[in-house]
Ligand binder design. Structure first.
Ligand code: NAG
Length: 312
């Protein structure tokens, strides 16, 4: 009983120091581990580091799931141009990604610019007016969104090495762990529950989402807010991102940034824009916690991941 009372007292003290309710759950879950409690006290805050993950692209690669969802919608609608079913290949979806933003625009681009012909859905007549074309694209997009949600629930899995690195960080008393994503709370919670599992998600020290900040990436506000809530100097925070937009947000906040690129971002000039280390993914290069924070413990300005990153 005495033990429980003092644990609760400590936990509530931490909550006050922390001053932020949404980190409380994870602090409480850590509070059953005495070393974690100790490390949460302000006296040791200067020893603390933070590892912050972007979600879409870093924890999961969503591009392929979006492509599969479009193709599944096209198939359901029985979309044909001539005798050919409408289907987007990996290579072609990459081109679409880098040419037009937004799903409906991708479809318009495909039918107006690439094929030059709108498809007919099943036995329906081919749309002939802009209104009919818009109506078909609206219906396709609505169905694609539904199918995408189902695919996330079934298939989403973490990119290689993410869970391993996150677990090392969660187990280290000197490292705080967070997710900072521009997506909405419902979307991210769903994705994180599927990829990380609910138990691991609840251990995160901080989760900052698009709904929590007034300015989205590339504005640094989301990462500045995370450092603030964790009460950790941005110079002691390391962000993992996959895009130029995310890199700019991290560097703008004064943090180190590791890029795990995807096929569609591999040719970006990440080093030119200030990234500290670039790797195809965490798993294939065996990225571990010590490669990141080992050098920083000696000197915050030291390079990280020197032995495994792509050449700058
Ligand atoms: C698609 O074609 C239209 C009409 O020719 C053109 O105005 C538009 O810029 C093209 N879109 C792209 C993304 O190239």
């Amino acid at each position: 009983m005495v033990k429980l009372t003092s644990a609760l007292a400590l936990a509530s003290a931490i909550q006050c120091i922390d001053g932020f309710a949404s980190t409380t759950v994870s602090r409480l879950s850590r509070s059953f581990y005495p070393h974690a409690l100790k490390s949460a006290l302000p006296a040791s805050a200067s020893d603390q580091f933070a590892l912050l993950f972007d979600c879409d692209g870093v924890i999961i690669e969503t591009e392929e799931l979006h492509r599969l969802a479009y193709n599944a919608a096209f198939k359901e609608f029985e979309l044909f141009i001539g005798n050919e079913p409408v289907e987007w290949s990996v290579a072609y979806y990459d081109i679409l990604q880098n040419t037009v933003g937004g799903g409906k625009n991708k479809m318009f681009y495909h039918f107006r610019n690439t094929t030059g012909v709108f498809p007919a859905a099943g036995n329906d007549p081919t749309p002939t007016t802009p209104e009919e074309e818009q109506d078909l694209v609206d219906r396709l997009q609505a169905r694609k969104t539904e199918l995408y949600k189902e695919l996330i629930a079934e298939k989403a899995e973490a990119r290689p090495g993410v869970l391993e690195l996150m677990d090392q960080a969660l187990a280290d008393e000197n490292v705080r762990v967070g997710v900072c994503s521009a997506s909405t709370k419902a979307a991210v919670t769903k994705v994180l529950d599927v990829t990380l599992g609910e138990e691991r998600r609840k251990k995160l020290d901080v989760t900052i989402l698009g709904d929590d900040v007034s300015k989205l990436k590339p504005d640094p506000l989301i990462y500045i807010t995370a450092a603030d809530r964790l009460n950790i100097d941005p110079a002691r925070c390391v962000v993992i991102e996959d895009s130029v937009v995310g890199l700019k947000a991290a560097k703008g906040a004064g943090m180190k940034c590791i890029i795990t690129y995807t096929k569609s971002t591999e040719n970006e000039d990440f080093y030119g824009l200030g990234c500290d280390a670039k790797v195809p993914d965490l798993g294939s290069r065996g990225v571990n916690l010590d490669m990141i924070f080992g050098p920083m413990k000696e000197d915050l300005s030291r390079d990280i991941l020197v032995d495994v990153r792509d050449a700058p």
